[in-house]
Design a protein around this ligand. Structure first.
Ligand SMILES: [Zn+2]
Length: 797
């Protein structure tokens, strides 16, 4: 799953609760479901045949999760007959008394007739999904004309038991069959293969889906709606994309790398894609990023980009890779409890780095790795949390920057330590040993020890069962002739001293010599003899360490580093240093081979003292004219735009209709800089098709320069923006525009549009969104007087 941030709990009594794996008394074997949907009531009418067996000890009782249901019948299936069973149901748990004592391995099947009522359920919310309803009816009565009617489910963590009785724990696995009866105009998606479809006389159709390989209950999925299905394949297996009709023409641009990803991961892991097919579906109002339901991944609407947005890059590709990798890590081998979610999420997170490295080159993989590391470091609560987490307030809390970002970096260090071959062989070993079963961090350690022959307890104790990261200071000393010294001091405030195997490269000119060392004390000193004083000593030469460092290199060292050290971070660190020290060497970044470094250099140059040097401007013009990377080209055009120099007019005219929104947006900025009086007219001209950077420029101008007469156009534009960060930014500009509007009815309409947007923001983001929206509206209320001020206050209630 791709999670969203939640709040830190206040109550700390959870610290005393050990979160163990669910005890296995009965094991799921097979789940057969027959379901129908009541769109008017948002109910599901279900019949379930659940086959189980005692795990080891004999038992005559069965405990099932069944949240918020009406239970109509519970029976034992005996041959072809049904025999009623005694049960007790408290609205959450169904306690069934079986007809006799069952022995280990002895299968039995219970039948349950039930109604699922997800909208009437009050369960403690999941941080990832507003609330854990399990089954979601989107616009079920078709009342919202701008939204299709859809159904989708979200199981993780333990919410599928809202729509099917089961043992809703990750250490259970079951094969599965579902008969879904839906209005004929809709298509369905579930796990496994669509075996048959039967048209009914009442305008409905029954689709029969079958998954004959066992998987965990939280990975069960149903999706229903009007979708175009675009089909690719991988080695004869169907690979398909369920998208709304509008996106059918671009579905392959968004998802089309999937077969190549399946091939890449299958080969890297030495285990062929284990399932029957792989489908991806985009659901409306799905706020939890994406979810790796077995063979049926669900994505949120952010996956949708139009053809012009896609020119600037597929924004969702990392998530596509992440959910796909879960088909091995999470679905084939499943975390046995939420405490061990690292064996799902750290791998899925790291798969994003692996894919980038393979598809876009080592710099791209390194950048992904570095950015994810910052994601961990920037979360204030993260350093205190263990990766394997036996204590947490809520099971949703483990879906955080530690389980994802830190865990991914731990795998990167592990790969660097044992080497590529051993790393992927060990992953193969872990998956092969535990396939179709549950796994935990300890099994991963055994798999690595088995392959490498190395004792890995130190690594697991430090990184999996421990918390935090090293904070180091690196100093260099050349006081003794012929000897260079590197002093690495661990300065973190805890008592813990980290053990870190790392490489140090010593450079003389272009030549370098590598030393592999262990940092394992509070202060470690490493000496290197030399004939000619080194130009650079590069600690953590592979740039893999998860740490925060103060590296006291000289300016000359960094000048050498950007020229000779090979890694993305080597060059980035040098450029950061040049920017900080206002050094002209910063301009070197403009010709870096990696586009994102060229782009970040452009941003840094704007604030530097060489911003307008002739050489810089010449290179900038060249990038603006010829760079193959559209966003880098756009950044250079945007740079030139700030000069308001008329000599670039032809460049802007040439690019204003570019298919890339970022290039067109920068060109529009350039034209506006040259002809400010025409900006409103220009913005309006390009507003019909303006998203991304072009959308930002257009919104800013239209709302800023718009007159009272433009109200309908501006209000419509704001109202139709999708729920997004861009829209949040547009709130204050829109509110400022409303200050200029004299027609009170229109001001109120504008306020309604803003409050409507605010109310559509999911609960868990309100803490972030509310201050910005309230700030903008309060300012408007003050400017317009009491009537409007009261109107705003009432609207926000
Ligand atoms: Zn995930």
């Amino acid at each position: 799953m791709m999670a969203q941030p939640g709040d830190e709990p206040q109550d700390t009594s959870w610290k005393k609760i050990l979160r163990e794996s669910n005890p296995k008394i009965n094991d799921l074997v097979h789940t057969k479901l027959d379901v129908k949907f009541d769109y008017a009531k948002a109910y599901l009418y279900g019949k379930a045949w659940i086959t189980l067996k005692p795990h080891f000890y004999n038992t005559d009782s069965l405990l099932l999760d069944a949240k918020g249901m009406d239970i109509k019948e519970v029976s034992m299936i005996i041959g072809t007959a049904k025999s009623k069973l005694k049960y007790d149901y408290d609205g959450m748990l169904l306690r069934i008394t079986l007809d006799k004592m069952y022995k280990a391995g002895e299968n039995y099947t219970v039948y349950i007739d039930y109604t699922s009522k997800p909208n009437e359920l009050t369960v403690k919310g999941s941080a990832a999904i507003t609330d854990a309803k399990g089954l979601y009816f989107i616009n079920p009565k078709g009342e919202d004309k701008n939204k299709p009617t859809q159904i989708w489910t979200q199981g993780e963590t333990e919410a599928n038991s809202v729509w099917m009785p089961t043992i809703d724990k990750p250490n259970q696995k079951s094969t599965e069959e579902i008969y879904m009866t839906v209005p004929s105009k809709y298509v369905t998606l579930s796990n496994g293969l669509l075996m048959s479809q039967k048209t009914n006389t009442d305008g409905t159709r029954t689709d029969y889906w079958k998954m004959d390989l066992p998987h965990a209950p939280y990975l069960f999925f149903m999706g229903v709606g009007e979708f175009s299905i675009i089909k690719d394949s991988y080695k004869g297996k169907e690979v398909c994309y369920y998208v709304e009709k509008e996106y059918a023409p671009v579905a392959r641009t968004i998802f089309g790398h999937t077969p190549e990803m399946i091939k890449f991961y299958s080969e890297k892991l030495g285990i062929e894609f284990p399932w029957q097919k792989y489908a991806q579906i985009v659901g409306r109002d799905y706020v939890s990023g994406a979810m790796e339901n077995t063979t049926a991944t669900l994505h949120q609407e952010s996956a949708y980009q139009n053809a012009r947005e896609l020119v600037d890059g597929v924004g969702w590709e990392s998530t596509i890779a992440h959910e796909l990798f879960h088909q091995w890590f999470g679905d084939l081998v499943t975390a046995e409890s939420w405490s061990h979610i690292t064996v799902n999420e750290s791998f899925a997170n790291y798969s994003e780095t692996l894919w980038d490295e393979y598809k876009n080159g080592k710099d791209a993989g390194d950048m992904q790795n570095y950015n994810d590391m910052q994601g961990y470091l920037q979360g204030p609560g993260n350093p205190a949390k263990d990766l394997v987490r036996f204590h947490y307030a809520d099971k949703e809390d483990v879906f955080d920057g530690v389980s994802y970002n830190k865990g991914g970096r731990v795998l990167h260090m592990l790969r660097n330590y044992v080497g590529d071959d051993a790393f992927f062989k060990s992953l193969n070993n872990y998956l092969t040993t535990n396939k179709f079963k549950a796994g935990e961090a300890g099994m991963l350690r055994l798999a690595f020890e088995d392959i490498t022959g190395k004792d890995m307890n130190w690594f697991w104790n430090q990184w999996y069962y421990g918390s935090g990261h090293p904070i180091v200071k690196i100093d260099y000393n050349y006081d003794t002739p012929g000897k260079a010294m590197v002093i690495i001091e661990q300065t973190q405030k805890t008592d813990k001293v980290f053990r870190l195997p790392l490489a140090i490269d010593v450079y003389t000119g272009a030549a370098k010599k590598r030393y592999n060392v262990w940092v394992e004390n509070k202060i470690d000193t490493f000496s290197f003899n030399y004939n000619q004083k080194p130009d650079l000593i590069n600690v953590d030469a592979d740039k893999v360490m998860l740490w925060v460092k103060t590296d006291n290199k000289s300016a000359e060292n960094y000048v050498h580093q950007i020229k000779y050290a090979p890694n993305y971070l080597d060059r980035k660190e040098a450029l950061d240093y040049f920017a900080k020290k206002n050094m002209p060497e910063l301009a070197n970044g403009l010709t870096d081979k990696y586009a994102p470094l060229r782009r970040s250099t452009i941003a840094k140059l704007e604030k530097s003292k060489i911003a307008e040097d002739a050489k810089v401007m010449e290179t900038m013009e060249k990038i603006a004219n010829t760079d193959a990377d559209r966003r880098t080209k756009a950044a250079a055009i945007g740079y030139l735009a700030k000069t308001s120099n008329a000599k670039y007019k032809a460049l802007y005219e040439k690019n204003i209709n570019d298919s890339s929104y970022s290039v067109a947006g920068a060109a529009l900025e350039g034209l506006i800089g040259l002809e400010p009086a025409r900006s409103y007219e220009l913005a309006k001209k390009y507003s019909n098709d303006a998203k991304g950077d072009l959308g930002d420029v257009v919104n800013e101008i239209i709302i800023k320069d718009g007159t009272e007469a433009d109200f309908d156009f501006i209000a419509k534009r704001f109202d139709e923006m999708p729920l997004s960060q861009e829209k949040l930014q547009a709130v204050s500009t829109f509110a400022s525009y409303l200050e200029k509007v004299q027609n009170i009815a229109n001001v109120k309409k504008g306020i309604d549009a803003i409050t409507k947007f605010r109310n559509a923001v999911p609960e868990q983001f309100r803490g972030f969104v509310d201050p910005m929206i309230k700030g903008a509206l309060t300012k408007l209320g003050k400017a317009k007087g009491k009537e409007i001020d009261d109107y705003i206050t009432n609207g926000l209630k």
